[in-house]
Design a protein. Structure first.
Length: 254
């Protein structure tokens, strides 16, 4: 079975004290044996070092960044490089979240550069894709998502592709409380896997974890994660509430 992943995306939330209390609270509520796959916390940059130290001795838990620079190093004030992330023990990096694409004008080309830098630094990119509402209403979501994947990932070899995680997040479901139905999620995940099969072959397609994101919560995680092509979730709002996220972790397929 592909690795099942519950990834928390804290976005720009929480002050240091609250962040550290949330993380320790979740860790103490989740017993070692309950972690079927991997749990990733994508926390704000200032909290990464502490978060890495906190999860260090816990099997199955990793820390991720929410973004990285598309440049390796140098005169880019305010940016954070993959080398810096790796040097403090960060293992994952969210790449191309729809909020970054929309508010920070991140292009498919920039995302391709970020994915390459992550892979070269041994960080696992969690590559996000997903369509806005107007595309879904025109039923053009498959073409839209295929283009996002092909434009940023097509240059990868089969071995490289196997090292990435994909998160499908329909923009109309992010932070809106409106979740994709299990049918919509399964359909799109199966479609994404078919795109991977066409471009990289079945073995690569079957190795890549595809997470669903968009208003995942304790109440719908079991249903969503039970879909055969859904390998876990990327969770925003509900990952800020310990009890919610613990249940989401426990909903991963065993
Ligand atoms: P949400 O966010 O769970 O609050 O909808 C998901 C995400 O943006 O990663």
């Amino acid at each position: 079975m592909r690795q099942q992943i519950a990834a928390a995306n804290w976005k720009m939330n929480l002050t240091a004290g609250k962040a550290s209390a949330l993380l320790t609270g979740i860790l103490s509520d989740v017993k070692e044996v309950q972690v079927a796959g991997r749990v990733v916390f994508a926390v704000p940059f200032p909290y990464l070092t502490n978060a890495v130290a906190t999860v260090q001795c816990r099997e199955g838990f990793s820390i991720g960044a929410q973004n990285c620079s598309n440049k390796p190093s140098g005169a880019y004030t305010g940016e954070v490089s993959v080398e810096m992330l790796d040097s403090i023990g960060v293992q994952y990096c969210v790449v191309g979240h729809s909020e970054r694409r929309e508010y920070f004008a991140e292009s498919n080309q920039m995302l391709a550069e970020k994915v390459d830098l992550c892979l070269a630094q041994n960080l696992t990119p969690i590559f996000c894709c997903g369509e806005p509402l107007e595309i879904r209403e025109k039923e053009n979501q498959n073409n839209y998502v295929r283009a996002q994947i092909e434009d940023s990932l097509n240059h990868l070899s089969e071995t490289e592709l196997k090292r990435i995680v994909i998160a499908y997040e329909p923009i109309w479901a992010i932070g809106t409380g409106r979740t994709a139905t299990t049918e919509q999620a399964q359909q799109m995940h199966a479609f994404i896997r078919s795109v991977l099969t066409t471009n990289w072959g079945a073995s690569a397609a079957n190795a890549v974890s595809i997470l669903y994101g968009g208003s995942v919560k304790a109440a719908n995680a079991n249903e969503l994660f039970a879909c055969p092509d859904v390998d876990g979730g990327l969770v925003g709002g509900a990952s800020l509430v310990a009890a919610e996220f613990v249940q989401i972790i426990n909903a991963l397929k065993h």
